[in-house]
Design a protein around this ligand. Sequence first.
Ligand SMILES: N[C@](CCCC[B-](O)(O)O)(CCN1CCCCC1)C(=O)O
Ligand SMILES: [Mn+2]
Ligand SMILES: [Mn+2]
Ligand SMILES: [Mn+2]
Length: 306
Amino acid sequence: LCVCVCDPVSPVLQPRGGVERGPDVIRAAGLVEKLQAQGCAVKDYGNLSFEEVVPDEPVGRAKRVRAVGGANQKLAEAVSRVKRDGHTAVMLGGDHSLAIGSIHGHAAALQSPLGVVWVDAHADINTPLTSPTGNLHGQPMSYLIHELQSKIPALPSFSWVKPCVAAKDLVYIGLRDVDPEEHYILKLLDVKTFSMTEVDRLGIARVMEETCDYLTAKVKKPIHLSYDIDAIDPSVTPATGTPVVGGLSYREGVYITEHLCQTGLLSAVDMVEVNPARGRTEDEVQSTVRTAVDVLLGCFGRRREG
Ligand SMILES: N[C@](CCCC[B-](O)(O)O)(CCN1CCCCC1)C(=O)O
Ligand SMILES: [Mn+2]
Ligand SMILES: [Mn+2]
Ligand SMILES: [Mn+2]
């Protein structure tokens, strides 16, 4: 079973706008029909809509906290509902701040620890106090990790957020643009990371074996995959807000989800940061969207062998 809970987070959540059209362009590329064609029973829960929050003055370095906090509280409730309905949840972004509500709602529904696989050029683990930009799409993991809670200030519209992920249950794949403060946090908490250096050294097959062994070493936990399309190289997926050279190939990007699918542990998937406004040509938008769709189809059984 697979479902779409779409989260057209409003343009204000990312200055460049456009990312709120991610769900619609991914749907228009035939995600639901392609999932059904490969045997999935798909329930499309439709787009979540959010009212504007004005004024929404920055709190410290955190921008749009009231909009992001309120939107994610609504998303968390929706994801919990989808999980209680027995589905594998698929969240379409929208920017990566949606992972706050997505992971929170997933953990709340399961009442058991989650493994989190974060595929991204970035670590997205800045706290409101370390963020160089104040953009919340660079901070979601910091609100969710138990071990960081003493470092998170109280923010308006965030009081509902309770930490729900242990640092030892988090694995990063694709890192290549990590801020100094984030690097300090990852080392301090001994978080498992496979940067692009490790992907080059080990190869993606070995990275996936080690990721799954690491997450299931003691107990098999349901996996939450949070996939930022900017993990893949901008030559393949340019229509995104924060592209970084030296990313995953299309093949590596799809291999990740083919491998996670066969574990049988995939319980929820975020596909975020597809931003049609950031494609310079329609071809760039389509290359990005088609890759996002193929990555998602890999989560639900698509194999390149047919
Ligand atoms: N780490 C950054 C980028 C976050 C990207 C969010 B994602 O992964 O959802 O797309 C800042 C990156 N860095 C700041 C200094 C100049 C170079 C970019 C931040 O703003 O926190
Ligand atoms: Mn972003
Ligand atoms: Mn991200
Ligand atoms: Mn990113």
